[in-house]
Design a protein. Structure first.
Length: 209
């Protein structure tokens, strides 16, 4: 499925942008055409636009290091050189990357650093044991997202729920990106949830050829 591989690779092109800098002109168009399929939903483990927590580990390389990864590829990942689209110019890749990073509230240096300033409020959520949290999240998903689904242990329909010290992970395949967003909103509303790792994949991703 060579075309699908190219799509998945584009979903992982990543770089960084200093806080306050606007995305380059044309970057939004490149993003919509090449990157939105994965970066909107987080499919294929792509860091999502507007979700700073998805990028914290990646941006330690700084903008220059991440842009180099986008241009040259990353070994043992779906990230191919120029995201598998050799027709993209350096300027195209940089513009798309800068557009994505302009949606985040993260201060990113030009070169790598281990001291990143982030606009992340400290959590005040009360600690809930893992089993209780899984059950509460499952109920919230059924009530707000999948009303016809049955709960079977840590699974609600096609969604698998895991919890560890307030950190909730969602995995599985759902109908669409709209369901993915609704699921994350439902989980974040549950008392005791500290963070959400949304690894749901939209089934309509595989309808593209």
């Amino acid at each position: 499925m060579p075309v699908l591989v190219r799509i998945l690779a584009v979903g992982t092109i990543s770089a960084a942008l200093p806080l306050g800098v606007q995305g380059a002109p044309g970057g939004d168009q490149v993003y919509k055409a090449r990157c939105a399929l994965c970066h909107d939903s987080g499919a294929t483990h792509a860091p999502r636009v507007g979700q700073p927590n998805d990028w914290l580990r990646r941006v330690e390389k700084g903008r220059s290091g991440l842009l180099r990864s986008a241009l040259e590829g990353v070994r043992d990942t779906a990230m191919l050189p120029r995201a598998g689209f050799p027709e993209l110019s350096d300027e195209d890749v940089a513009a798309a990357v800068d557009h994505m990073l302009s949606t985040l509230g993260i201060a990113i240096p030009q070169s790598g650093t281990n001291n990143l300033a982030t606009q992340t409020a400290p959590t005040t959520a009360a600690r809930v044991d893992d089993a209780t949290l899984v059950a509460s999240v499952a109920e919230a998903l059924r009530a707000r997202v999948l009303p016809r689904a049955t709960i079977e242990g840590p699974r609600v329909g096609g969604i698998s729920v895991e919890a560890r010290e307030g950190r909730v992970a969602l995995r599985g395949m759902v109908d669409s990106t709209q369901v993915i967003r609704a699921a994350e909103e439902a989980v974040r509303s549950v008392a005791g949830v500290v963070s959400v790792e949304n690894r749901l994949i939209p089934a309509d991703l595989f309808e593209h050829d």
